[in-house]
Each structure stands twice: as structure tokens, then as C-alpha cells.
Write a new protein. Structure first.
Lengths: 78, 208
């Protein structure tokens, strides 16, 4: 497996949808290629950092205001 | 290796009953669905439009539209996926209105190969100061995602922020599964490059 093949498998790898044979090839490539090892590690961090941090606030006041506006529109609409 | 995947379940989703009640005119049932998903819909709209006022309008419009079109919801997909699809369409429409000279669609900027090949091979890791510091991490994450083309930003938001499955993301966006996978790869790689600039500089040298 070369670096291009590695990239092509990256999405399935993270989604846990890679078959066992290809997974072994990805793991073998990463052991040999430091660049791809870094890409794998930092891409994994990129995904988890966005999963773990709410980057936009949704304060209770906004939520209540929005909720009331939605329900007012719906009740008036149908 | 942690697989990043949504759980798959064959059980009947509790939303099904709520939707059925709402279809028969039970506003309280619909209100429960609103409570359940208002945060998610707001977050999706804000990620795509990058604008809080737009996100507020879109959240209201999306729920109103869902309420009005409830009879058209066949239950072939999850209610939440259907709702997200409405919110995504509203968000992209809003972007189109805002940038009158520029077309905004799921296809924009996806032709270019830009950002699909990794260039930065420095190891990085956000330091504790960045993670726990006053809003710095949030600023970095917001700026990085703002810089993505809308088509990539939308796929990344649904798949990685909202944790929809690849299939649900495809359904919500009206894209094929391979198209979602290819955009997701490029979105993730582009974001990785952008974050690398911040986390590597900060960790590697003295603070400016």
C-alpha cells in the first residue's frame, strides 16, 4: 500500500467500515510511513476535537425564545 | 482503534409515535419533537451559515416547514434526518441569498483538488492552555471550519459534529454515499491542515 492508497482508505478506516485485509495493510503502511502516521493521528484528533467541543453556544435564553417563536408559528399555521 | 460510527438499531424509534400523534393534530407531541431537536437544528444551521441570526431564522422556518409538511413524511427515514434535510436546504438557500453573486450549492468548490493532498506533516496536539483557556480553542475551531467551502462544511457538520451515519448524511444532503465519503475525506484533511497551523506553532515555539 502506498500513500495514495492509504488516503483512499482513510474514511472507511475512521468509520470502522474497512475490511480486515485492508485494515492490516493500512496498519502496515502507517508503521513504515511517518507522514501517514502523522496524518492518521492528527486527522483523528481533528474529528474528536470537533466532536467534543460545542463551538457555538446555545444559551437557555435563546433556546426559550426560539422555542416560543417556533411553537407560536406552528400553532398559528395549521 | 475507536471506530467513529453511529449505533445502528432495529427498534422502532420513539419519534415514530410522536410524529403520528403530531400528524393527528397533537401540538404537544410536536412540541416534544421541537424540544428534542431544536438545539441540533440550530447548531447545523449555524455551522453551515456561520451566522447566528440566520441560524435563528432557519431553525424557526425549518420546524414550521416540517410541521406543515408532516403528512409528506413517510417514515422511510428517521424523523431527525428528514428534519436535518429541511434545515440544510434552508441554510444553503440562505447562503445563496447572502452571497448574491456567488452560487452556493453542495457542488461548489468540490471540483478542485485543493486541500485533498496532505502537505503538513508536523505532529500536533492542542496544549492544555489551548483546551482550557478562555475561548481560544473555540476561536480556532470556528475559524478553521469557516474557511471550508460550504459543501465540505455541510458534510463535515452532519457526519462529524452531529454524528449522522454516512448513509443518513447522504440522505439528508441528497448525495450518493461515495460523494459523501469523498467530501468528508477532503473536509477532514483540510481542517486538519488548518488546525495544524495553530497547534503546531503554539506548541513548537515561544508565544508571540
Amino acid at each position: 500500500m502506498n500513500c495514495t492508497d492509504f488516503l483512499a482508505q482513510l474514511t472507511d478506516y475512521f468509520d470502522g467500515q474497512i475490511d480486515r485485509d485492508l485494515l492490516a495493510q493500512v496498519q502496515a503502511h502507517v508503521r513504515e510511513c511517518h507522514h501517514c502516521e502523522v496524518v492518521l493521528d492528527t486527522t483523528r484528533q481533528t474529528i474528536s476535537i470537533y466532536r467534543e467541543h460545542e463551538i457555538y453556544e446555545f444559551p437557555a435564553e435563546l433556546r426559550e425564545r426560539l422555542h416560543a417563536a417556533i411553537m407560536k408559528k406552528c400553532r398559528g399555521g395549521r | 482503534m475507536p471506530a467513529i460510527q453511529s449505533p445502528v438499531t432495529d427498534e422502532i424509534h420513539p419519534d415514530v409515535a410522536l410524529v403520528e400523534r403530531a400528524k393527528r393534530g397533537d401540538t404537544a407531541a410536536f412540541e416534544q419533537l421541537v424540544r428534542q431537536y431544536e438545539r441540533q437544528i440550530f447548531r447545523v444551521a449555524q455551522h453551515i451559515t456561520q451566522n447566528r441570526e440566520d441560524a435563528e431564522d432557519i431553525t424557526q422556518d425549518a420546524f414550521l416547514k416540517a410541521y406543515e409538511k408532516l403528512d409528506q413524511f413517510q417514515g422511510n427515514s428517521k424523523f431527525s434526518t428528514w428534519l436535518v434535510r429541511i434545515a440544510v436546504n434552508e441554510s444553503l438557500m440562505r447562503l445563496r441569498k447572502r452571497k448574491t453573486s456567488k452560487t452556493v450549492s453542495m457542488d461548489q468548490d468540490v471540483q478542485t483538488e485543493d486541500g485533498s493532498i496532505p502537505r503538513d506533516f508536523a505532529e500536533w496536539r492542542p496544549n492544555p492552555e489551548q483546551i482550557y483557556g478562555q475561548g481560544e480553542l473555540g476561536d480556532i475551531l470556528r475559524k478553521a471550519i469557516q474557511g471550508l467551502p460550504p459543501g465540505f462544511r455541510t458534510v463535515f457538520t452532519l457526519r462529524d459534529v452531529e454524528n449522522l451515519s454516512t448513509e443518513e448524511t447522504a440522505e439528508a444532503l441528497g448525495l450518493s454515499v461515495p460523494a459523501v465519503k469523498s467530501r468528508l475525506l477532503r473536509a477532514r484533511l483540510q481542517l486538519r491542515e488548518r488546525l495544524s497551523r495553530h497547534f503546531r506553532q503554539k506548541n513548537g515555539g515561544p508565544k508571540p
